[in-house]
Design a protein around this ligand. Structure first.
Ligand SMILES: Cc1cc2nc3c(=O)[nH]c(=O)nc-3n(C[C@H](O)[C@H](O)[C@H](O)COP(=O)(O)OP(=O)(O)OC[C@H]3O[C@@H](n4cnc5c(N)ncnc54)[C@H](O)[C@@H]3O)c2cc1C
Length: 501
């Protein structure tokens, strides 16, 4: 078996891996990209894109149902043809995959289909073997002074009484709409699945162990979203744990433990889990290579995304913290550029992890609260937007009010209900609001939270303000087009300024 020589070998072809490969190739490197499944990773095949395709189908159906209010008469209730919706989803994925594959070819990146395994780490040259199955006999051997690990994450599966409940990938591939569905987990993925199938006509129960859905988001907006989801017909059982599951001929009977008076048993045709994802650090020989893993198997890195082994970098879901595609690709690019830079052969984390500082290590979550991202940080975690694409959407950037309170400085907060926004009202999208949280002393904007139609797009207007450490006066002073949802950003900032007086 010959050894093919490259400047960089990337293990994993999801957003972190392909963005890293593209960046290194743009910098002139000879790059090999190893992908065990499908180029595009979780995001393209089982995550961001398929969910948004089915959500769009759901949005179209909702629009048709509510059309008569705006003077458009539609005969009868719209019918959802799930197999056609799935066909549309597959077409979208195929198109995106073709665009990605074209880019790989155009940049001269060598794509290897198979499982990458870190066979011989360093010191100057790493060897990555590629095999047809995990742990299988190597078919190809690649060498490079630098390796970028981007193996992503795996869904946490729930197994109760020997019954393994299927996860989000299964839900997204259903060809028939179940009459009843239980979604276990009230995070972003759970809310999106519940929103899709409820709009398709399933009677959906969303089960969340914590007291409310979307626990990482602004409490007030998350509970307003819960109220709106309930009003649309989704039954939310918060503070409720799944204790058991029995597979029946028609579906599942779930045993629940929750607040007094709530149901203890639920019989549904379909049950899916969305209880989180874990870094996928088990299959690529990382342990044997001496790469230090943290909590939940996340690969530990320093600010340059260097692991503890010189020349080996890591990015994306594999390093824990945010599990978002745009964070993964930003990190992939940053890691690739560090890998190609002058200090690339330096091992990460220094002595006892000193270099990690405010960087993203085991405690990636803390970065969301960090206010002192250093100048060498390519990815500014303070200004990472996040979005939940339910009906309506919830999007945010920066700190929640609760997180900002922990800073111990005076705060100013203001909200603007969308009911007062002409565009939102005329489109029948008046549910929700914009909330701005800032320092009361300097006016620096710390967080912007939006509940409402198009929130995931609108948050892009607030992100640069966070990135530039802008103030309430900046946000209030921009000229917004009229009539737009964006005007509510200015309104919320003015309300926050007034609250600080
Ligand atoms: C249902 C769902 C909806 C989501 N929606 C959104 C959203 O709307 N917006 C958003 O930002 N994020 C969303 N996400 C999260 C997003 O998909 C991930 O954060 C993103 O895909 C992470 O990118 P990654 O490159 O780190 O990992 P992945 O996309 O998981 O890619 C890792 C790749 O590595 C490959 N691999 C693993 N081990 C090996 C090996 N040994 N050799 C070779 N290849 C290997 C895998 O096959 C995989 O293709 C969603 C996730 C899910 C599950």
């Amino acid at each position: 078996m010959g050894r093919e020589r490259y400047d960089l070998v990337v293990i994993g072809g999801g957003p972190a891996g392909y963005a890293g490969a593209f960046e290194a190739a743009r910098l002139g490197a000879m790059v090999a990209l190893v992908e065990a499944g499908r180029l595009g990773g979780t995001c393209l095949h089982y995550g961001c894109i398929p969910t948004k395709c089915l959500l769009h189908t759901a949005r179209v159906a909702k629009g048709v149902r509510g059309a008569s209010r705006f003077g458009v008469t539609v005969q009868g209730d719209p019918l959802i043809d799930l197999s056609r919706a799935q066909a549309w989803k597959e077409r979208v994925i195929k198109k995106q995959l073709a665009a990605l594959s074209y880019r790989v070819r155009e940049l001269g990146i060598a794509l290897y289909e198979g499982f990458g395994y870190l066979a011989e780490p360093g010191p100057d040259l790493h060897v990555v073997t590629v095999s047809g199955s995990p742990g299988g006999s190597p078919e190809t051997s690649l060498t490079a002074p630098r390796v970028l690990l981007a193996a992503g994450s795996r869904e946490i599966s729930l197994s109760l009484d020997g019954v393994v409940l299927p996860g989000s990938a299964y839900a997204l591939s259903l060809e028939r709409i179940p009459a009843t569905m239980a979604v276990v987990g009230g995070g972003a993925v759970g809310v999106e699945l519940a929103s899709i199938f409820s709009a398709f006509g399933s009677r959906v129960t969303l089960i969340e162990a914590l007291p409310g859905i979307l626990p990482a988001e602004d409490e007030a907006l998350a509970s307003e979203l819960a109220r709106l989801l309930s009003r649309s017909g989704i039954r939310i059982l918060a503070g409720t744990r799944l204790k058991g599951a029995v597979l029946t001929g028609e579906g599942y009977t779930l045993a629940l433990e929750g607040p007094p008076g709530e149901i203890r048993e639920l019989t549904v045709e379909s049950a899916v889990t969305a209880v989180g994802r874990r870094p996928d650090s088990s299959g690529a020989g990382l342990d044997a290579a001496g790469i230090v893993l943290g909590r939940d198997g996340a690969v530990q890195v320093d600010r340059r995304y260097a692991t503890t082994v010189p020349g080996i970098f890591a990015a994306g879901d594999l390093i824990g913290g945010y599990q978002l595609a745009h964070v993964a690709s930003a990190e992939g690019e940053a890691a690739a550029s560090a890998a190609m830079g002058p200090d690339a052969s330096r091992g990460g984390l220094g002595v006892a992890g000193q270099e990690a500082g405010g960087g993203r290590t085991e405690n990636g979550d803390d970065l969301k609260k960090a206010t002192d991202a250093g100048p060498d940080d390519r990815v500014d975690y303070r200004a990472v937007p996040r979005a939940v694409y339910g009906f309506p959407e919830l999007a945010a950037v920066g700190m929640t009010e609760r997180e900002a309170l922990a800073l111990g400085c005076p705060l100013a907060a203001g909200t603007a209900p969308l009911a007062g926004n002409p565009r939102a009202y005329l489109e029948g999208e008046q549910e929700g609001r914009v909330k701005v949280v800032a320092r009361g002393d300097t006016g620096e904007v710390l967080g912007v939270h939006i509940l409402g139609a198009g929130a995931a797009e609108l948050i892009a207007a607030a992100t640069p303000v966070l990135r530039a450490r802008g103030t309430l006066a900046d946000l209030a002073g921009f000229v917004y087009a009229h009539p737009t949802f964006a005007e509510s950003l200015g309104e919320a900032a003015r309300a926050a300024i007034a609250s600080a007086r």
